[in-house]
Design a protein around this ligand. Structure first.
Ligand code: HEM
Ligand code: HEM
Length: 123
């Protein structure tokens, strides 16, 4: 794929991370305020509350999107930093391959976990 296309995906992924990670952080850290106004369901990282969210389709889908966007954004950004060192072609190929394998591996594993918990409601 052309470098400019990959860069455009990197920017798009950054925008997705901005919104979804923002939502993730609000959910993880505003629980005390929500509880105080009577709108919360308990501490955000309590096992039962985590599984309550994980059983909802909205969260399952957004976990997979955040996972993919964060992995692509982070790994492509890291690759850019490494490529600025003007490495030999062989090193660049090796970095590309390692990042693709690591990124896809983590994406498949994380997606499997999110879908498994969504379907079974437990681990
Ligand atoms: C609010 C969420 C985020 C937004 C809006 C965002 C946006 C951006 C933008 C616009 C760039 C390009 C900067 C440039 O080179 O001019 C960038 C680069 C980068 N981002 Fe993010 N990012 C976010 C979160 C993250 C996270 C969570 C990670 C780590 C996993 C990350 C890792 C990187 C890396 C490694 C680069 C490459 C830096 C470079 O090329 O010098 N970003 N990001
Ligand atoms: C203090 C910070 C954080 C806390 C307490 C936290 C907590 C959690 C918890 C409890 C879950 C399980 C799902 C849920 O309960 O909704 C989760 C999932 C997830 N978090 Fe975070 N998180 C934090 C920061 C981050 C950051 C910085 C990122 C990415 C840049 C991130 C990405 C994800 C992703 C992608 C998932 C879904 C993983 C999957 O299902 O495969 N989180 N987080």
């Amino acid at each position: 794929m052309r470098e400019s296309t990959l860069w455009r995906w990197h920017m798009l992924a950054g925008a997705v991370v901005f919104f979804l990670l923002g939502l993730h952080m609000v959910i993880m850290h505003l629980d005390d305020i929500l509880l105080a106004i009577g709108a919360g369901h308990g501490k955000a990282i309590d096992t039962t509350v985590v599984f309550e969210r994980s059983k909802q389709a909205f969260f399952m889908v957004t976990y997979v999107i955040l996972l993919g966007a964060a992995l692509y954004h982070g790994l492509y950004g890291m690759r850019n930093i490494l490529f600025e060192l003007t490495l030999k072609k062989g090193w660049e190929t090796l970095i590309n391959r390692i990042f693709i394998v690591v990124g896809l591996g983590l994406f498949i594993y994380g997606t499997y976990v999110a879908v498994f918990v969504f379907l079974n409601g437990e681990v």
